[in-house]
Design a protein around this ligand. Structure first.
Ligand SMILES: N[C@@H](CCC(=O)N[C@@H](CS)C(=O)NCC(=O)O)C(=O)O
Length: 284
């Protein structure tokens, strides 16, 4: 057993912060994922807030210490572990980075609420708030590839889990949110390619996240089903493309899920599907 154990949840963006820092610093650690819908009693006993992440620090001469709150954990790791520093040496730059970490937490909340919105007005408001935050970041970023230049710092570790959501959804969603933000987009790509960011989640992360959105019945969940809808269109065309009221309704219903909350998606998609069916129907 390692001296450090991260108590986590497979989808938690805050736990990812701690995992990224541990990986950046090449620290050996154990990870225990818990079910947040049925928190184990041992977890409730050690977590004052009932939230993950918690970092369990084994001490030979004393009882294990439990650290809670993601940034407290990250800063503890920064102070105690080797590897490249994740904060600038200069106090003013360090303070500014901490400000952007707070900003990231607020943007993360907007992203999460947008992705989980079950009504149109919340989806629109949260999408706009997230877009506004990213525009602000665009003005802040310089040459990259990371937030503060060539070094990967704590601000990178906290934004990576936010950007990851949009790698899982259809690129059309990301396009609506990231278009005309070249610096943010390049930063997002650089973070997605970073080994610590990749390894901070399990291989089943994407499927788990999609499953979460489906179960939650969120409005943007339709976006993860786009390919399924495309397959239906293709199947309908392949099978002679009978344009019945039912078959068209299936396609339109899938497409409507996408329109809701994301005006950037055009009716072009429906038109294409319908044209497919009509032309196949005509041939038939
Ligand atoms: N401020 C906390 C937020 C942690 C947090 O919200 N964790 C969520 C999972 S991502 C959680 O444990 N939720 C369970 C609950 O609220 O009951 C931190 O930075 O660590």
């Amino acid at each position: 057993m390692n001296a450090l154990t991260l108590i986590s949840h497979p989808l938690c963006p805050f736990a990812q912060r701690a995992a990224i820092v541990l990986l950046e610093k090449a620290v050996q650690f154990d990870r225990i994922n818990i079910d947040l819908a049925a928190k184990p009693s041992w977890f409730l006993a050690v977590s004052p807030t009932g939230k993950v992440p918690v970092l369990m620090v084994r001490r030979d001469d004393a009882e294990d210490a439990m650290l809670f709150e993601s940034m407290v954990i990250c800063e503890y790791l920064e102070e105690t572990q080797g590897g490249a520093p994740m904060y600038p040496v200069d106090a003013l730059s360090r303070a500014r980075q901490r400000g952007w970490i707070e900003f990231a937490t607020s943007a993360l909340a907007d992203a999460w609420q947008f992705l989980n919105a079950t009504d149109r007005s919340t989806a629109d408001a949260k999408q706009a708030a997230l877009r506004g935050a990213l525009e602000r970041l665009e003005a802040e970023l310089e040459s990259g590839p990371y937030f503060a230049g060539t070094a990967f710092t704590m601000v990178d570790a906290v934004f990576a889990p936010l950007f990851r959501y949009f790698d899982v959804l259809d690129p059309m969603v990301s396009q609506a949110i990231f278009e005309n933000l070249p610096r943010v987009s390049a930063w997002r790509s650089a973070l997605a390619a970073r080994q610590s960011v990749i390894a901070a989640v399990g291989e089943d992360y994407a499927e788990r996240f999609r499953q979460h959105l489906r179960l939650h019945q969120s409005i943007p969940r339709g976006l993860i089903d786009r390919r399924r809808a495309d397959r239906r269109c293709a199947a309908m065309s392949a099978s002679g493309g009978k344009l019945t009221a039912d078959s068209l309704a299936v396609v339109v219903q899938d497409r409507t899920l996408m329109f809701t909350g994301l005006q950037t998606l055009s009716f072009h998609a429906v038109a294409v599907c319908t044209a497919h069916s009509l032309s196949a129907c005509w041939r038939w």
